[in-house]
Design a protein around this ligand. Structure first.
Ligand code: GLP
Length: 240
């Protein structure tokens, strides 16, 4: 594991540089991307690197970790919209290179199987960006999710619904289900970049990186990944 501890801004920049270097080495890189508040600053750095002519996304393909079930793509809280707003609209990635699971597909089970196949068909994810939930979830893989899981329909836990309510008008509006890459899908990525910021992530970061490897803390599986890069700010690193 490569552990970087710095200011939140340093984490954003270092993480973005890692991605820029990855794309320089392999212009048709397949990126796995995450939503949530944590990677926003890193995405802003990527946009800046693009504007400065340091990187092009014209050959890059992306697969997002997850998407809510049952809210339209255009909904301001959909992960599709989040990615447009925070990254895609400001870089040169072709629209048909972008994939998120479709939470409005008529057959959600089929959509999960198709998504998994589309990832494999792209050659697999070269670099996966991750945040972490307070209960250790990665993507929307809640505690108890088997390490062998692939893309699937998941029921969100009450704590995740509460945590994500800040993006919605109120808690009742938060979808109860999502489609998420599985733990196995995530672990198959060539390289993983995990980001965490803030004192409220200190406990879970300690458990994930130094605690027992158990499905009860989904992110603890990352200890088994051969190419894990962790970027944590001082507050999130306080218990390491
Ligand atoms: C959501 C997402 C995760 C994300 C997590 C943490 O539930 N599905 O991919 O890592 O929240 O979010 P934040 O970065 O806002 O703390």
């Amino acid at each position: 594991m490569h552990l970087f501890i710095g200011t939140a801004e340093d984490c954003d920049k270092k993480g973005a540089l890692e991605i820029v270097n990855q794309i320089k080495n392999k212009p048709d890189t397949v990126l796995g991307l995450a939503t949530g508040s944590t990677p926003i600053g890193m995405y802003q750095n990527l946009v800046q690197f693009y504007r400065d002519g340091k990187v092009s996304f014209s050959q890059v393909r992306t697969f997002n970790l997850d998407e809510y079930v049952g809210i339209p793509r255009e909904h301001p809280c959909s992960y599709y919209d989040f990615m447009q707003e925070n990254l895609f609209k400001d870089i040169d990635i072709p629209a048909d290179h972008i994939s998120l699971p479709d939470g409005n597909a008529p057959d959600l089970k089929q959509e999960c199987a198709d998504y998994e196949e589309r990832i494999a068909g792209s050659g697999g994810i070269d670099l996966q960006v991750l945040g972490i939930g307070h209960n250790g979830h990665i993507g929307f893989n809640e505690p108890g999710t088997p390490f062998e899981s692939v893309t699937q329909l998941v029921n969100l836990t009450q704590s995740t619904i509460q945590a994500n309510a800040r993006f919605f008008e109120n808690q009742d509006q938060v979808p109860r289900q999502a489609l998420s890459m599985g733990i196995k899908t995530i672990m198959q990525a060539g390289k993983i970049l995990l980001f965490a910021k803030g004192a409220d992530k200190a406990d879970i970061i300690q458990k994930a990186l130094q605690g027992p490897i158990t499905p009860e803390v989904p992110a603890s599986v990352l200890q088994l990944h051969p190419n894990l890069y962790v970027f944590v700010d001082h507050a999130a690193a306080a218990k390491l």
